[in-house]
Write a protein that binds this ligand. Structure first.
Ligand SMILES: [Zn+2]
Length: 395
């Protein structure tokens, strides 16, 4: 789809969808809109509301089983979709047809946030972004109806605790009572359960709700904080050290009996896939032999305040810099490190890690170099972070 303008993509989407066996279309738009040019899909790319109505009507004429549109228009001055009388319409708008809408860029649009919150309230433990709000009581049954959703949104208008939320506006056409059921009301709480198995510590479970993250990186930070707190008694807020620690965490499922039989989960899409199929989600320190490009490994060491100085001394003795830790240089590095640890036991664990990498990750080290970084998490704990970098990329 590269090089195709956003309006052509939308046309393509209508073409593709109208070939399928679809009865109800959920259409959501959030962005700029004005009566003259329509929805703004990109810089100088617009799509008029009338054009959308035309596409939907044509689709309905060609395939009468396509008979219902549920639309959420989160924009200024939203008009009613002008549909054939053979099409049922439920349309929720962020404001009236003559009012501009607000959108907070950081938290997203308040209207859409409350719509999403309504559909996920029970699954998220009946919570609302307004403290002590009882809005979930507005959606009591097994289904979320048009009226429930309307009451739910307006509950927050009445409370006047959400000043950024404008009065929503509703259009409906050609609907019967049964058409007012918009969605199932999930009757169980949705939360991801991770079995945390951190090195030698006892296994424990950590639950994370979908509302707590919308990016995979955020999920890793939540787990990183939890592990640091429980295993090392370290409380870190968002910072680069926390991000580095999060990078050495592996979320995975088992695919067979051996330790190598694992599939790492590195995308929300995979997380949902395995969660849906009820696989046990495990969270652990990425195994040292699994180090690879963008798959760093690391360990937290206690009471090694001089480890960076030791590392730099060895590099100097080997006459190399930190960007030259290829396999042959790494072997030399290890020999020097070996001499050093004879005088102090402090670096035994570090030696073990270096040794493991050399012996277990020899294949990955063929055309890469090891990048070792050190981060002081507290006075006592230092994170040693090891990543592989392709030697072919940068010389
Ligand atoms: Zn509420």
């Amino acid at each position: 789809m590269k090089g195709i303008k956003a309006d052509e993509k939308l046309d393509q989407a209508f073409d593709d969808l109208s070939k399928k066996d679809i009865q109800t279309l959920l259409f959501v738009y959030s962005g700029h809109h004005d009566d003259e040019s329509g929805f703004q899909l990109g810089p100088n790319v617009n799509y008029h509301l009338d054009k959308i109505s035309l596409r939907l009507n044509k689709w309905n004429e060609e395939k009468p089983q396509f008979g219902k549109v549920i639309a959420f228009l989160d924009c200024c001055n939203p008009k009613k979709l002008n549909l054939n009388s053979s099409l049922k319409l439920i349309q929720f708008n962020a404001t009236s047809p003559t009012t501009p809408a607000d959108s907070e860029t950081k938290e997203g649009s308040p209207f859409l946030n409350y719509v999403i919150q309504a559909f996920t309230a029970r699954a998220n433990g009946k919570v609302c972004k307004i403290k002590d709000c009882k809005c979930h009581e507005r959606i009591p049954g097994n289904f979320i109806t048009l009226h429930d959703l309307w009451d739910y949104l307006n509950e927050h208008i009445q409370l006047q605790k959400e000043t950024s939320l404008k009065e929503p506006y509703m259009n409906a056409a050609n609907i019967e009572l049964r058409d007012t059921l918009i969605a199932y009301n999930y009757d169980f709480e949705v939360k991801f359960k991770f079995k945390i198995k951190w090195l030698e510590t006892a296994e424990r479970n950590k639950y994370v709700r979908p509302m707590e993250f919308n990016e995979f990186e955020r999920l890793k930070l939540i787990l990183a904080k939890d592990i640091l707190r429980h295993v090392y008694s370290i409380n870190l807020e968002d910072c680069s050290e926390l991000s580095k620690f999060a990078e050495i965490i592996s979320l995975e499922i088992n695919t067979g009996p051996r330790t190598t039989h694992v599939q790492e989960i590195d995308k929300i899409r995979l997380l949902l896939l395995y969660w849906n199929s009820k696989r046990q989600l495990r969270c652990l320190a990425r195994l040292l032999p699994n180090v690879n490009v963008d798959k760093p490994v690391g360990r937290c060491f206690k009471n090694v305040p001089d480890i960076l100085a030791v590392h730099q001394d060895i590099l100097q003795e080997c006459n190399i810099n930190e960007h030259q830790l290829t396999l042959p240089n790494l072997l030399q590095y290890k020999q020097r490190l070996d001499k050093k640890i004879k005088t102090t036991r402090q670096y035994d664990e570090y030696m073990f890690v270096v040794d493991m990498i050399i012996n277990q990750a020899a294949t990955q080290l063929q055309d890469t170099r090891l990048e070792i970084s050190f981060f002081d998490l507290t006075k006592d704990f230092t994170l040693v972070h090891m990543n592989l970098v392709k030697t072919t990329d940068v010389q």
